[in-house]
Design a protein around this ligand. Sequence first.
Ligand code: NOJ
Length: 765
Amino acid sequence: MAVVSKALVKLGSISIVSSLLITATMTTALANSWSSDLSVEQRIESLVAQMSLVEKIGQMSQVNAGDGDSVQDLGDAIRNGRIGSILNQVNRDTVNELQRIAVEESRLGIPLLVGRDVIHGFQTVMPIPIGQAATWNPDLVRDGARLAAIEAAAAGVNWTFAPMIDITRDPRWGRIAESPGEDPYLASAMAVAMVQGFQGDDLTAPGTIAACAKHFAGYGESESGRDYATTNIPENELRNVHLRPFKAAVDAGVVTLMASFSDLNGVPASGNEFLMRKVLRDEWGFEGFVVSDWNSIPQLATHGLTGNDRESALAAAQAGVDMEMASHTYIEHLPALVADGLVSEDVIDEAVANILRVKFSLGLFGRPYVDADSQPTVDAQEKLETAKAAALQSVVLLKNDDKVLPVSTDRVESVAVIGPLADTPYEQLGTWIFDGDPGRSVTTLQGIRDLAGDDVDVRFVQALEISRSRSTEGFNEAVDVAAGSDVVVLVLGEESILSGEAHSRADISLPGAQAELVHRIRETGKPVIAVIMAGRPLTLTNIINEVDAILFAWHPGTMGGAAIADLLFGVESPSGKLPVTFPRMVGQVPIYYSQKNTGKPPTPETAVLMDDIPVRAPQTSLGNTAYHLDAGYTPLFAFGYGLSYAEFAYGNLTLAASELPMGSSLIVSAQVTNNGDVTADEVVQLYIRDLVGNVTRPVRELKGFERVRINPGETVTVQFELHTDDLAFYGRDNRLVTEPGDFHIWIGGSSETDLRGEFSVVDAG
Ligand code: NOJ
């Protein structure tokens, strides 16, 4: 299937000169004023035919325009056709001036792509992507990306380096903050939502920007979560897990992909022909272009795949990296590599055509400039509402003993708000917020104050300067304030700098003296509610029994504090669900719900914990199953988990048939009743297990989910349609197959649900 075609077919109205009329001396002004009935592909062909080799390689070069290079120098290079794209320039006037030089003063008048990391919002910041995945709400995620696109486009940006859709099962990895988590199905839904949000229905429309699915591929498996580290992923696992969200993004019309920094099975992604030619082009029919990551082409030599920059340029071009980001190996070495016959000009022409196709798809030839008047505008209030809705739905209630939450303003006269992240407008925004405006942030303290009004006395003690602080100097004051209040809200976690690119951690517990702070506050005997903001799952084992409730808020963005206040006081019920497993101890990593069964799966009977082993017990007395003596085999919190103020009961799992002929669909439903006394959202999840496969299958796989709002006392029936294609997996020969056989199916509120049915896939009669 032609992938980018969705975005590309809408290009009918672009005016450009007929190939018959094009001459090498044609001026740009002419190029942009002539019209013709040529198709986009014909226009691309005619443009490529006129380009010199240097102009072609110029299109394949993206230059950093944010590092103080004078507009003059950039302008000269653009004028000479040596730059096809810039990144990191978000001053609209500067962008327009550079665009003007490209369009009016370069020989062929080809407009620039203007790239920027618009990862989870532009000025208005949504929750970090792992938090957005916790909403399990693709519509909301789409709205957030749409808003980001509108804000970014107004600054002159026409291309974002998002969505990041690396599956990861390692919370030590700092970039888990940017990822949609551990599951390919959920990640695919997030990928599609973000692509749709950024690109809209019509990429030529103002307020839309090109998306970039990254990092292709396997980056999330970096060894021990060390950023940029090696990944070794068997092809079968790559196809069944890591490539799936990329395929979904390509099918949704994403126009660009970014090659990963990482080494995949011995061939770093930026030189990996298997990924970019075999899978992406030959199998998926991708028609957009691939950009390298920042300097990832010269780094091929650092990896040891090549000996120098020239060999790196050769490897990357041959592998199918169409554009080089930041470094200059293409512009410096490709001309000679072509002259020496090592890179065929066809390879260059193909890369240039891929890039021009995206420029056409954006309508840049017809509308190269950004003027404020023609941009869609969004009311400031609406922006904040979108950010708040996303934050509200991203927060996961991990624990709520004795229903300490929600806090009732009728029963509580004073609240102590304590902790290093309670009033930090910047930190709550999380990683990758180049353009985020902390001035718009509502902090938790402010949110609580706004909501509590005059009814409740809100007392604040920061206690620790930042999340990493070890000084306990402020603890006595915190303890005094806590002891004199009715309830304590501890706002803990990680500052934003502790996650994101190159910010991995080996110990993922609360940093600094925060655990000690929890302990001291616990001793006051007051109800303790922890609000935790972090860029990753944390190991909470050492504090979990010292707090009554935990709201896990990730880095919730601009409106985080307003959303958290609503949740604390019960204006809304928490409804986020974990997009990634929380380990008890870091040594359990990787631990994820869709693991394989192994030949010796642990059970409660066989998994004897270290402390329970009798003294001098013989080796043979243990169950010999796959678990850790000190951690057991279960996580602290499972994928899909998240509590509510409502009480949801699942029942009546109904399958329309027990046999599913190949090529058909099964309707499966369950009833969900709200036995609580508040209206709340629940994310209803569908899992399957394929009992026997020609390669072993995970013990559970997510195959559907639906967010539903249910009133107290109400029962809703949630129905899913499961096609046999949805059960397909890559088998031993790495081809997609659905095999006849027996399946288990579950519906419930987390991956641990036990409401189970069975069906069989049979050959079509
Ligand atoms: C490096 C990061 O890996 C990538 O995700 C980002 O888009 C580029 N730098 C550009 O900033």
